[in-house]
Ligand binder design. Structure first.
Ligand code: ZN
Length: 355
C-alpha cells in the first residue's frame, strides 16, 4: 500500500535522487574474500522507495554485477522501469587487475592513482559487463571512494556515461598509505570549491563547470554551522575532539542511524532555498544487519527504516523522485527548452573557438 507520493506533476519540481553504492559486504573491514550476501536485502529498500514514488539508482560494482541474486533483482528493476543500474568502480578489484600497492585489498587505491590506459580499460570493462549482464544502457557513474578526475571523466564519456555523481562539495579525500608507500598527489581527491548544484563538467577540470556531454550531480553535503563560523575549531588539536563530538564538519544526506534531525534540517533548507536537487547515498551493504559498522544488527536496520520513512515523508510533495538518468534527461530537455533557436548557433561558434 502506497504511503505518500514524491512525484509531482510540476516539471519544475526539484529532484530527490536516491543513490546506492552497490558493493560487497562490509568493505570497511577490508575483507580478504568479498561476499555479496547483502543482495538478499535490497528488495525491501526498493519497495520502500517505490511506495514513496522514489526511483533509486543502483550504482553497481564488479562483485555485485557478478552476483546472481543482485542480477535477478536489477533486471527486474530495469524491466519494470522503477529504478536504474549505473556504475560504481572499486579500482582495486575491478578488472583488468594491475597491482598498484603492496596490498591493494588493504590499501583500496583510488582509480585516479592508476595509469591512464588502465583507468580506461577498467571503465570500459565495467561498462560492457554491466550492459551485458543487465541488458540495458549504462549512463550513470560514481567513483569508488568518491575518486574522480579529468582522466576518469574523459574515459567515462568515451564509454557512454552521461552523468556522474562522485563530487562531494567542500570535502578533500586523502587515502591512508600503507607503510611501504610514498605520498602521491593522485592519492588525494580535492572537492573544495566544487559547485554544490548540478553542472556540465569541464573534461579537463571536472570539479569545474564547462562544456561537455557529462553532467555532474553532486552529493548533498552541507557544512555544519560550527564549521561555517569557526573552521579553526576542527584544526586545533585539543579543541578538535570536542568540536567533532558536538557537530561533524559536514552534514550528509546519508543515513547513519544518528543523523535524522540533521537530514531533516537539510531538506528544510533545500525547500526554503529552492535547491534544484537533493542526493542521498547509502551502501547496499548498509541494508543488511551486520553488513556495515553503522548497522550491526536487525534492531539498527529497523531504526534505519524508521528514519528513512520520516525522511521520505519530509520530501514528499516538494521533490520529484528521479534516477540519475532521469535527471540528466530532464536537464537536457530544460536546457533545450530554455535555448532560443539562434543561441544554438552561437553555442557552436563558441565551442569551436575554444577548441
Ligand atoms: Zn564503494
Amino acid at each position: 500500500m502506497a504511503e505518500l507520493r514524491a512525484v509531482a506533476p510540476d516539471p519544475h519540481t526539484p529532484a530527490f535522487l536516491v543513490t546506492i553504492d552497490t558493493e560487497g559486504d562490509d568493505l570497511w573491514g577490508r575483507p580478504r574474500i568479498i561476499t555479496t550476501r547483502n543482495a538478499r536485502h535490497v528488495q525491501r529498500f526498493q519497495r520502500l522507495c517505490e511506495s514513496f514514488g522514489l526511483r533509486p539508482t543502483w550504482l553497481t560494482n564488479f562483485e555485485m554485477a557478478r552476483c546472481p541474486e543482485f542480477l535477478a533483482f536489477g533486471r527486474d528493476v530495469v524491466r519494470r522501469g522503477t529504478g536504474e543500474i549505473g556504475m560504481h568502480l572499486h579500482a582495486w578489484n575491478s578488472p583488468p587487475l594491475q597491482p598498484l600497492t603492496p596490498d591493494d585489498l588493504t590499501a583500496q587505491p583510488f582509480l585516479t592513482e592508476y595509469p591512464q590506459e588502465v583507468v580506461d580499460a577498467k571503465i570500459g570493462y565495467m561498462a560492457r559487463l554491466l550492459r551485458d549482464r543487465f541488458e540495458c544502457e549504462i549512463i550513470s557513474h560514481r567513483g569508488g571512494r568518491w575518486a574522480f578526475d579529468a582522466t576518469c571523466a574523459q574515459s567515462l564519456v568515451r564509454h557512454g556515461i552521461r552523468v556522474d555523481c562522485s563530487v562531494t562539495p567542500d570535502v578533500r579525500w586523502v587515502r591512508m598509505l600503507t607503510d611501504d608507500e610514498e605520498r602521491s598527489d593522485a592519492a588525494v581527491v580535492d572537492y573544495r570549491g566544487s559547485p554544490t548544484r548540478p553542472y556540465v563538467v569541464d573534461l579537463n577540470q571536472p570539479q569545474r563547470p564547462g562544456r561537455s556531454s557529462l553532467l555532474e550531480v553532486p552529493m548533498t553535503v552541507v557544512p555544519s554551522s560550527l564549521y561555517r563560523w569557526l573552521p579553526q575549531a576542527y584544526a586545533v588539536p585539543l579543541v578538535r575532539r570536542w568540536s567533532w563530538a558536538w557537530q561533524p564538519t559536514h552534514h550528509w544526506l546519508y543515513p547513519d542511524g544518528r543523523n535524522l534531525p540533521a537530514m531533516l534540517g537539510i531538506v528544510k533548507q533545500a525547500v526554503a532555498q529552492r535547491w534544484p536537487h537533493l542526493e542521498m547515498v547509502l551502501h547496499s551493504s548498509e541494508l543488511m544487519p551486520g553488513g556495515s559498522p553503522s548497522f550491526p544488527d536487525g534492531q539498527s536496520i529497523e531504526a534505519l527504516y524508521r528514519d528513512l520513512r520520516v525522511l521520505f515523508r519530509s520530501v514528499a510533495g516538494h521533490f520529484r523522485g528521479m534516477t540519475l538518468g532521469d535527471f540528466a534527461a530532464h536537464w537536457q530537455a530544460s536546457a533545450a527548452a530554455a535555448t532560443p533557436p539562434n543561441a544554438a548557433v552561437a553555442h557552436t561558434t563558441v565551442t569551436g573557438a575554444r577548441a
